[in-house]
Every structure is written in structure tokens, then in C-alpha cells.
Design a protein around this ligand. Structure first.
Ligand code: HEC
Length: 196
């Protein structure tokens, strides 16, 4: 994101405007302006802090892996000795391959054809995953996350501990007057992000 994109052009500041109304000596007017401006600032704060996360895409490491690990890997994970139905959900190549049952657990981008989706939304207790015996039912939100993840292509990422170390690009200098090294550049860019 460019530096220009993060800046916003603003009129008189919040306090300037309240001060101006204050000098008009009309308490009702001051109160009204104060409330409107405060509301405006709150909406802006909401959009800055939360607005983007609402639309954020499902991320495998952050959103999906914890669900699979806690609720599925006990029977469909790396441990061959306890694996059920020959289904391994920790490896994409295995999760998207046909199973001995003839079903495919995950068909990337196609939730209608994904047996995993049918199983987690099933209303028949004998069919539903995870089985009742595991005593770790999925929440509605977790089901939704898995659905969105498969809809968006069911991307897997290697666990961060096994990924090669890569260097993120250093943000452009935002405050050249005090930035002395690359760490300063990252700090400055996050300060701009939150408009400090
Ligand atoms: C306690 C063990 C256990 C857990 C935990 C569990 N499963 Fe299963 N799963 C089974 C067994 C046993 C079968 C085979 C019997 C059947 O088809 O119902 C199975 C079958 C499946 C199948 C169908 C495979 C096929 O061959 O068609 C899917 C898909 C599936 N599980 C998904 C999941 C998902 C997703 C989770 C986690 C949200 C999960 N399971 C958690 C035991 C488990």
C-alpha cells in the first residue's frame, strides 16, 4: 500500500470544530455538533480497525488448521495407526483424492461435491462428522469457515515452522527525518496504518 493511499485529507480537526461551535455560545448547537463529530470519528475508527477484517479471506493457518487439528486430526491426521476411512485431512493431496468409499472429501471450489461438507452439515447423527463419540462438535462458525475455505479453493499452507524464511519487502520511508533502519520503516508504516 502506498503512503499516499494511507493519508486522508481532512478539514478542521474534531476539537477545532467543537471549539468553533463553542464560541457561538449556543449549547444546543455545540451538543449536536459534538455528537455528530463523535459518531463520525467512531465510524472511521470502526472502518480502520475492524472493517477490513470482516471481509478478510479465510486463511488456512489462522482459521482452518486449528479447526482440523482440534476436531478432525485425531481420526484423519498424520497418525496412520488411528486413521479412519483412509482419510487424511492434514495433506491436501490426500484430502482431494478419491477415497475407497468412492467419495472425495474435498473438491476445491465445489462444496456441493465435497463429502466433507455433506458430512459436517449432515443432520443424521450416524453420518455427521465429527462423530458424537469424539465429543468435539463443530460450531456453526467453524462449519462456515470450512465451507468458505473449500469454496475459495481449499489452499493449504505448509506450517510456518517448515516454511523457508523469507524477507518481507521493506516499506517505503514514511518519516525519513527519524527513520534510521529497516525496523524503523516497519514501525513507521504500522503507525501510519493506525493513523497515530
Ligand atoms: C473420533 C474419530 C473421528 C473424528 C474426530 C472425525 N472423524 Fe470423520 N470419520 C470417522 C470414521 C470412523 C469414518 C468412517 C465411517 C463413516 O463413513 O462414517 C469417518 C469418515 C469421514 C468422512 C467420509 C470418508 C469416506 O470414506 O467417504 C469424511 C469426509 C470425514 N470423516 C470428515 C471428518 C471431518 C471433516 C472431521 C472433523 C471436523 C472428522 N471427520 C472427524 C471418524 C472420525
Amino acid at each position: 500500500m502506498s503512503r499516499v493511499g494511507l493519508k486522508r485529507t481532512r478539514g478542521p480537526s474534531f476539537l477545532d470544530r467543537v471549539a468553533r461551535e463553542w464560541s457561538s455560545n449556543d449549547p444546543q448547537k455545540v451538543g449536536r455538533t459534538f455528537c455528530r463529530l463523535l459518531l463520525g470519528e467512531l465510524v472511521l475508527l470502526w472502518a480502520t480497525l475492524g472493517g477490513t477484517s470482516v471481509q478478510a479471506e479465510v486463511d488456512f493457518d489462522r482459521d482452518v488448521r486449528p479447526i482440523l487439528a482440534e476436531k478432525c486430526y485425531a481420526c484423519h491426521g498424520p497418525d496412520e495407526a488411528v486413521r479412519q476411512a483412509e482419510l487424511r485431512l492434514d495433506l491436501r493431496s490426500s484430502a482431494i483424492s478419491p477415497l475407497p468409499s468412492g467419495e472425495v472429501a474435498i473438491v476445491p471450489g465445489n462444496t456441493d461435491e465435497s463429502e466433507l461438507i455433506r458430512r459436517i452439515f449432515s443432520t443424521h447423527s450416524g453420518d455427521r462428522m465429527p462423530p458424537e463419540t469424539s465429543q468435539k462438535p463443530l460450531t456453526d462458525r467453524e462449519r462456515q469457515v470450512l465451507k468458505e475455505w473449500i469454496d475459495s479453493g481449499a489452499g493449504y499452507r505448509l506450517h510456518w515452522a517448515f516454511r523457508p524464511i523469507d524477507s518481507p519487502p521493506v516499506p517505503a520511508a514514511t518519516f525519513p527525518e527519524w527513520q534510521r533502519n529497516e525496523v524503523d520503516a516497519f514501525v513507521a508504516s504500522s503507525l501510519m496504518m493506525f493513523r497515530c
